[in-house]
Design a protein around this ligand. Structure first.
Ligand code: PHE
Length: 365
């Protein structure tokens, strides 16, 4: 008869080991995230887990039963490790799938366009004005905005007591002993051009100008002008009128123009260039029933100053007035934008709202 076999220590019996396997498997199945699974792993497959302690207790089993108990615990550990690996793989796959959903990129969506802004309508218009003249072979001239008082006034035949010098119009820059001003017009570029460039001269100068003006719908203290200057043999008022008519046609299309006598110290004769009122087209003149606010029922609106260059100015720049004569003009760029694009309030032009630029710039080009 075989000797009765003594039972294994209770903690290593088949039922206990099966229960430990079942507990471990259930804990792995219950873990809903990798973090939870890690905790379950430590509890059921870590160094202090009951199954590991059982493994260590094998050596306490009677030798006759050690093989059977060892096999049982070995199989149990393998089962637990398998269940753990399977759950790990499952959770990993689940978490990857979830990430693919939350981080999903719809490549068919239109791109999120970053607003790109727009060139300022005044800049765009000055470029266009320059293009009109370079297309005729003229050059673009430039001059400083911080200008010598002498260039801004004296050289242009504006005497020391000319009202335009008054501090109410002109922004003088301290220290006053330096005699520097923020240029009140682009006309000092006429002088710089005549002193610098060889004859004949055909230039335009678009640029910023400054006056101590109010800030309202029709005035800004920093505004822009387009200066034009021609000095050549045989230049007359007719060339001036023809040039400005061409410019008016490019800017405004079919519009009537006139030049009206005026006075500037640096031109003789001098004139204002007027455009037929683009609102009433002259219909309001003598019709008190239908007044026009744009032209004050005069039928014409002022566009800029112009004239034949005063021989005194030419002579001051060393030009022989028996051979050469010239014409000059100066237009307000803001006024041009108002007439051309219907911009009613000059404050919009300095406030920097990109919607204003976007709305106008198509038309200013
Ligand atoms: N500089 C003058 C002004 O600002 C305009 C002008 C330019 C007049 C050239 C005549 C000739 O008002």
């Amino acid at each position: 008869m075989p000797a009765p076999t003594s039972a294994p220590p209770p903690a290593l019996d088949a039922a206990t080991i099966d229960r430990l396997v079942a507990e471990a498997t259930a804990a792995f199945a219950a873990a809903a995230t990798s973090a939870e699974l890690k905790a379950a792993k430590a509890a059921h497959a870590g160094d202090g887990a009951p199954l590991l302690l059982a493994n260590r207790a094998i050596r306490t089993v009677e030798p006759a039963q050690r093989a059977e108990v060892g096999a049982r615990i070995g199989a149990a550990r393998a089962a637990v490790n398998q269940a753990l690996a399977a759950r790990e793989a499952e959770l990993e796959a689940q978490e990857l799938a979830a990430r693919l959903v939350t981080e999903r990129v719809d490549v068919t969506l239109p791109p999120d366009l970053v607003p790109t802004g727009a060139p300022h309508p005044i800049t765009a218009l000055m470029d266009l004005l320059g293009d009109v003249f370079t297309a005729m072979g003229w050059e673009i001239a430039e001059g400083p905005e911080l200008e010598a008082e002498w260039m801004n006034f004296d050289a242009l035949n504006l005497g020391p007591n000319h009202p335009a010098r008054a501090t109410s119009d002109t922004l003088f820059v301290e220290p006053l002993s330096n005699h520097l001003v923020l240029r009140t017009h682009t006309s000092p570029v006429q002088i710089r051009t005549m002193l610098d460039r060889p004859l004949p001269i055909y230039v335009v100068c678009p640029g910023t100008t400054y006056r101590a003006d109010e800030f309202d719908a029709t005035h800004v203290p920093a505004f822009h002008q387009l200066e034009g200057l021609v000095v050549d043999k045989g230049i007359t008022l007719g060339h001036l009128k023809g040039t400005l008519d061409h410019l008016a046609a490019v800017m405004f299309g079919d519009v009537r123009t006139r030049i009206r006598p005026s006075y500037f110290p640096f031109t003789e004769p001098s004139a204002e260039m007027d455009l037929e009122c683009f609102v009433c087209r002259g219909a309001s003149v003598g019709d008190p029933e239908h007044p026009c606010r744009t032209c004050n029922s005069e039928g014409w609106i002022e566009w800029g100053g112009c004239g034949v260059v005063n021989p005194r100015v030419l002579a001051a720049c060393g030009i022989d007035t028996d051979i050469y004569s010239g014409f000059a003009f100066g237009m307000g760029v803001e006024r041009t934008l108002m007439f051309r694009n219907g911009a009613a309030d000059m404050r919009d032009m300095v406030e920097g709202d990109v919607r204003f630029s976007q709305a106008l710039v198509g038309g200013a080009r």
